[in-house]
Design a protein around this ligand. Structure first.
Ligand code: FE
Length: 282
């Protein structure tokens, strides 16, 4: 049975700063909505002003969840405690499963020009929180795109029915079975997408205006979707949004800064492990 997902709530993202002073817009994980199971945080960074990004995100730890960086504009160099290093450029994705612990930095590889993109935090189920850290680094050319009438899609996770068959995103093996699409609508463009019933789903509009199942959602707004099995995105004047979905975990969330566990005791252990230099050992 066809059941469209309506917009159940719209949230205007709030201007915030994180790292060493990177200006961004936070919609999930801030004062308005603490989390949206399984999503813990959504930040949209985007500025032309180097003063608002140049300090970057110096060395910091993560434990118990996944951080997903999707670059739209600009260059960011990442380094981590596993010895990986690389530059994320426009259109690239880094899906990092922090597991029991990783320490990393993300610093601008540019001194001028626009820097923009997204950081999404995806929770891990209790059984995976202390897993070995894992990276999926995906270069822009390995993020498949699909062109439909008036719609350009980039598929980071999940599958889309394209004119030449089903196209699947490169991110695999994630516990929450995520969907992550970048949807650009030309004026008059329209796109329908199936989303598994029971998945938490949202649309974040970062350019123009997008109607989500008939409701107009403006730039910098997050639209949380009701349950159902598909969503429809349209735009009169053109717009661009990310469409993200994932299976909720339904587990308790204990959270302190960059650590997200199930119980306060596990958080205390994470802090202790970090302070005593035992963080990277399992
Ligand atoms: Fe980080």
């Amino acid at each position: 049975m066809s059941r469209i997902r309506e917009v159940s709530r719209v949230i205007l993202s709030q201007v915030a700063s994180d790292g060493a002073g990177v200006k961004l817009r936070r919609s999930i994980g801030g004062s308005q909505i603490a989390d949206l199971d399984p999503f813990l945080l959504l930040d949209n960074f985007g500025t032309e002003n180097p003063d608002e990004y140049i300090a970057g995100f110096p060395w910091h730890p993560h434990r118990g969840f996944e951080t997903v960086t999707y670059m739209i504009d600009g260059l960011m160099r990442h380094k981590d405690s596993m010895g990986s290093e690389g530059v994320l450029g426009p259109g690239s994705v880094q899906w990092m499963t922090a597991g029991h612990g990783i320490i990393h930095s993300e610093m601008p590889e540019q001194e001028e020009g626009r820097m923009s993109g997204f950081q999404l935090w995806v929770n891990l189920p209790a059984k995976d929180k202390m897993c070995a850290p894992r990276y999926q680094n995906i270069d822009p050319e390995n993020v498949p795109s699909v062109k439909l009438d008036g719609v350009d899609l980039r598929i980071i996770a999940g599958s889309v029915e394209g004119p030449d068959g089903v196209v699947s995103g490169p991110v695999t093996g994630v516990a929450t079975d995520p969907v992550y699409l970048d949807v650009t609508l030309a004026p008059g463009g329209s796109f329908e997408h199936a989303i598994p019933e029971g998945h938490t789903a949202f649309v974040y509009v970062f350019d123009g205006t997008v109607a989500v199942s008939g409701k107009e959602v403006e730039q910098h707004h997050l639209a949380i979707l009701s349950d159902g099995n598909h969503v429809r995105l349209t735009s009169d004047k053109g717009g661009r949004a990310i469409l993200v979905a994932g299976r909720p975990l339904g587990e308790p969330v204990a959270r302190y800064g960059p650590f997200v566990m199930n119980t306060p005791a596990e958080i205390q252990k994470a802090v202790r492990d970090f302070q005593t230099g035992n963080f990277l050992m399992h």
